[in-house]
Ligand binder design. Structure first.
Ligand code: LHQ
Length: 261
């Protein structure tokens, strides 16, 4: 079955997933949650995919849950069951895919849309993008990993403040907080993300993946445990063809040709 709520593209080793419900700033309905999960699963397994880009069609990145779709639900819904079926698997997979994932934040990111942006490895934002935590404003607590990722990225006090005030922050403010990596004029964002993504797709994919695994896990470890885990992962990295190629290229004073293996 073809997708109706997302667009996907694979070129030059870069898999681009565009959320495509622009009339509601790419807010999620169940169909979109399913299609995103499916696309990420395929991108994770496909060796031809060596970098991922997540973005939104139109003027928004993602406004989180489509609230009109929630209102139309008859009777009581289980919020827990809803999350387990929708955002939790998306956020888990974004953190688990051992390839670099870039969020191209073209416009507003709010609620679960913010959670998804924060679950990506890097965030490049358009100058006009804005960020809102949103949950408390509709009487909900943060989900989609926001309670996990926001304090880690910007510290507890700022994370809690942004959440309870629901203050919209600009891309420049997000940059100074460390919430985004870089900000570009809107008309230059796509090209800047593309340039980085293509470059990363030509990189040592296994080493990038092991780096993500190590840095994600290190939050939970003591220094000695982290050292031990690094040594364990280096055993794998050290046996890759890309390591061999990287060293050979350095010694031969030429650019490496990484195969992602
Ligand atoms: C929307 C939405 C939207 C529908 C803008 N839905 N139409 C988990 C557990 C279970 C249940 C609930 O949800 C969750 C996870 C969550 O994500 S909860 C949080 C849900 N999201 C929000 O509360 C965000 C609400 N939206 C906003 O705060 C703003 O719209 C943002 C900051 C995203 C953008 O602001 P503006 O650029 O000023 O745009 P706007 O507010 O004018 O919106 C444009 C249109 O998009 C508008 O429709 P209209 O027909 O008037 O043009 C909005 O109604 C629609 N829209 N977000 N989530």
């Amino acid at each position: 079955m073809s997708n109706t709520t997302i667009l996907t593209d694979l070129a030059d080793g870069v898999f681009t997933l565009t959320l495509n419900r622009p009339e509601v700033l790419n807010a999620f309905d169940d169909q979109m949650a399913e299609e995103v999960q499916d696309a990420l699963k395929k991108a994770e397994r496909d060796d031809a995919v060596r970098c991922l880009v997540l973005t939104g069609a139109g003027r928004g990145f993602c406004a989180g849950q489509d609230l009109s779709a929630m209102k139309n639900r008859s009777g009581d819904i289980s919020f827990r069951a809803h999350l387990l079926k929708t955002y939790n698997p998306i956020v888990s997979r974004l953190r688990a895919i051992e390839k670099p994932i870039l969020a191209q934040v073209n416009g507003a990111a709010a609620g679960a849309g913010l959670g998804i942006a924060l679950a990506c490895d890097l965030r490049y934002a358009a100058a006009g993008a804005k960020f809102r935590v949103a949950f408390n404003a509709i009487g909900l607590a943060p989900d989609s990993g926001v309670s996990f990722s926001l304090p880690r990225l910007i510290g507890y006090a700022r994370a809690y403040e942004l959440t309870i005030t629901n203050e919209a922050i600009t891309a420049e403010e997000a940059l100074s907080l460390g919430l985004v990596n870089k900000v570009f004029p809107a008309d230059q964002l796509g090209a800047a993300v593309r340039e980085l993504a293509v470059k990363l797709a030509q990189g040592p994919t296994k080493a990038f993946g092991l780096t993500k695994r190590a840095m994600s896990k290190a939050f939970l470890l003591t220094v000695d445990e982290a050292l031990d885990y690094e040594a364990h992962l280096q055993e794998t990295a050290g046996r890759t063809a890309d390591h061999k190629e990287g060293v050979a290229a350095f010694l031969e004073k030429r650019a490496p040709k990484f195969a992602g293996k």
